[in-house]
Design a protein. Structure first.
Length: 291
């Protein structure tokens, strides 16, 4: 069964990791992946060029996930600095490494630039090109931004472009982090009303560290800090351990709320650490870990 078929039948679990910048960092990833596999995730994705960085070890990581045979490997891929010719070369490389699932994104611009400087300005063009070039050989995901993309004039415009990505051939949606559950519920209603029928994998950002949590909301994404999270931040402002412990419960609660809103996959931003993810999933009681 494909991961998309699975998502339509039951809410699945998946993880995101990112490519470490150094070889030493890369060497630390296999034990983390090993622990994540034990949760039997439906798929595991790796970012590509996030924050305008270079693509780093993305290919090595998604290749190793594919080689493990433990879960479906998904690579992120962006329009940034990528020509049609380069895209075909890269995707052929991913396919040769056993990776045929792609989260197709516009991408974060390289610092100092204000365009992709590639052949596509937006994700819909990339998705259309991938679908036309590779047909059913690729499963293609696209982003969804529940609070609206930072460059969008309004939610309606963002939703219309999301529909365009569906029409271009995307198979499922992976969302940007949000802590604003009311907005998430409104967004689900809005996209469904606009004819977006794709399964939704919701990005779950664990609440573990005060400064990172604030930065994740405000540095690039323009995400709201709802009252419940603001209270959490204030209560544990000078207590990192308390912040993390209660933050895990906060994340579990958020996962339950997402389930009630009918999401198709809980996609945990694992931040390349398995211990906190382990604890969150154990506390949730939602999935079983194999030893
Ligand atoms: P798009 O869908 O192209 O949308 C960008 C903006 O343009 C929006 O305002 C949208 O409304 C508008 N728009 C869309 N289509 C059109 C169109 N045809 N004409 C005019 N306007 C349009 N970045 C990375 O660099 N690497 C990663 O690995 C990465 N992983 C991510 C994973 C997830 C789950 C998410 C949600 C984001 C990720 N990002 C990553 C960040 C992402 O690249 C940025 O948010 C980027 O600014 C937008 O990408 P997008 O695919 O949503 O863009």
């Amino acid at each position: 069964m494909t991961i998309v078929e699975k998502m339509k039948q039951q809410t699945t679990l998946s993880f995101e990791v990112f490519p470490p910048k150094t070889e030493a960092g890369l060497a630390k990833l296999p034990p983390v992946l090993e622990e994540l596999y034990k949760w039997n995730p439906s798929w595991l994705s790796c970012t590509y060029g996030a924050g305008g960085s270079n693509k780093g070890y993305c290919l090595e990581i998604v290749g190793s996930i594919a080689d493990s045979g433990r879960t479906q490997s998904v690579t992120h891929y962006t329009c940034v600095h990528n020509t049609k010719e380069g895209i075909v070369k890269d995707i052929d490389e991913f396919l040769a490494a056993g990776v045929d699932h792609v989260l197709a994104l516009r991408g974060d611009f390289i610092p100092g630039e204000d365009a992709t400087n590639g052949d596509f300005d937006h994700a819909d063009g990339l998705i259309r090109f991938l679908r036309k070039t590779y047909g059913d050989k690729l499963t293609i995901a696209c982003s969804g931004i529940p609070e609206g993309h930072i460059e969008s004039p309004n939610m309606a415009s963002d939703t219309a472009f999301l529909k365009r990505k569906q029409d271009a051939g995307a198979d499922f949606i992976v969302t940007q982090l949000t802590f604003d559950m009311d907005q998430f519920a409104r967004w689900m209603d809005e996209i469904r009303a606009a004819g977006v029928t794709l399964p939704v994998a919701v990005g779950v950002m664990p609440v573990l560290e005060r400064d990172k949590c604030i930065r994740h909301c405000l540095s690039m994404n323009g995400c709201a800090i709802p009252r419940s999270l603001a209270r959490h931040i204030s209560k544990y402002y000078n207590d990192p351990e308390g912040f993390m412990d209660a933050g895990m419960d906060y994340t579990v609660q958020q996962m339950y709320e997402y389930l009630q809103l009918g999401v198709n996959d809980l996609h945990i931003y694992a931040l390349n650490q398995s211990e906190a993810v382990d604890e969150i999933l154990k506390r949730s009681g939602l999935f079983a870990k194999s030893e």
